[in-house]
Design a protein around this ligand. Structure first.
Ligand SMILES: *Cc1c(COP(=O)(O)O)cnc(C)c1O
Length: 361
């Protein structure tokens, strides 16, 4: 059995170099005489790993000194609560732009703690575009504590190419596009990403927060859900997900070895173009997102016929192109083409789609 091209939305492909390196070091981490899994999180060896991971995140994303970088647990979904609990403390209100399931879930969670204004939504067209509310309409800092967006919508395949104009602190879920394209961290008050899409294995969440956002949380907030707890303790307040952080560090080294995020972005743009160009020319398959808001990472497409979709997913899997079934709420197909997906994988998919189109015309 050889490795397949895995188009899963997450957990998803990791670079083979990273897996091989982890394999080499799994039983005996160099100089430690034990596996990273067996190490104390207070050991010198692990301290070096977590410090190096943070330094690489800072270097690759060009993060200013007045931002904290944290490695937390609980997935992206726990951030849906931590954001309002820690940031919704002044006006106790926030604006949310609803661009899909993840933004919706974040807003629903925030509503438990603060007032939520759903200032724009693309629900009217099955989240196939990014709504662009006018400057006057929303997010004034004397009315809300922050404005929340989901930068790349993993399920529907949309992404922001222009940030909403707001003078309130901007918070973004970058779970599925972190380090796939250059992001100007200073445009944001807080960014978070669950690792299992584009950064590493499940179990660790990267949070990047401007220091002035990390004050006292809402009354009754658990210690573990308080950003300040983790920021002050260098993500070592309690036992962090040590092995996931180690693999994340290997992924960061891999990104650096490829020339950094800007270089990966060029490759990602090429990969996405290859697939979208074919979708635009195909008579059988069609993309579901308006061209100007298309994601570089998650590409949903349909034939318009459920039976044919199922046949495609099945035959593609047999050809070594796996996990192409669309999200259970959308149907059709979705190809997730994160950093670790080589251009050869996208080319193989396009070639297979052409063949399928010819056979099923
Ligand atoms: C997957 C995903 C989440 C949820 O992540 P979990 O780690 O499963 O909680 C949140 N936001 C986005 C954009 C995602 O893609």
């Amino acid at each position: 059995m050889s490795r397949v091209y895995n188009f899963s939305a997450g957990p998803s492909m990791l670079p083979e170099e990273v897996l091989k390196k982890a394999q080499e070091e799994m039983v005996e981490y160099p100089g430690a005489g034990m596996s990273v899994m067996e190490m104390s999180h207070r050991s010198k060896a692990f301290d070096d790993i977590i410090k190096e991971a943070e330094a690489l995140v800072r270097e690759l994303m060009n993060i200013p000194d007045n931002y904290k970088v944290m490695f937390l647990q609980g997935g992206g979904s726990t951030q849906f609560a931590m954001v309002p609990l820690n940031l919704g403390t002044g006006k106790k209100a926030a604006d949310y732009i609803i661009t899909g399931q993840w933004a919706k879930k974040a807003a629903q969670e925030a509503e438990k703690f603060i007032k939520v204004n759903k200032v724009a939504s693309s629900a009217d067209k099955t989240f196939s575009y990014i709504p662009k509310p006018g400057r006057e309409a929303f997010s004034l800092k004397d009315e809300v504590d922050y404005c929340y967006i989901c930068f790349n919508n993993t399920i529907y395949g949309t992404r922001y190419t222009e940030l909403p104009k707001t003078d309130a602190p901007l918070v973004a879920d970058i779970s599925s596009n972190a380090m796939s394209e250059v992001i100007n961290v200073e445009d944001f008050a807080l960014l978070f990403a669950g690792a299992q899409k584009n950064l590493g294995p499940a179990g660790v969440v990267m949070v990047i927060a401007r220091e002035d956002m990390l004050g006292e949380p809402l009354e009754g907030t658990p210690t573990m859900l308080t950003y300040k707890t983790h920021a002050d303790a260098g993500s070592l307040y309690n036992t962090p997900p040590t092995y996931s952080i180690y693999i994340f560090k290997l992924v960061l080294e891999w990104i650096k070895s490829k020339g950094g995020i800007a270089e990966l972005q060029k490759i990602n743009e090429k990969k996405a173009k290859l697939l979208y160009d074919y979708l635009d020319s195909s008579k059988l398959f069609k993309g579901t997102v308006v061209p100007e808001d298309r994601s570089l990472m998650n590409v949903p497409f349909v034939t318009g016929n459920d039976e044919l979709d199922a046949k495609f997913v099945k035959e593609a899997a047999a050809a070594g192109l796996v996990n192409l079934k669309g999200h259970r709420t959308v149907g059709g197909m979705r190809a997730s083409i994160y950093n670790a997906m080589p251009i050869e994988g996208v080319q193989a998919l396009v070639d297979f789609m052409k063949k399928f189109e010819a056979e099923n015309a």
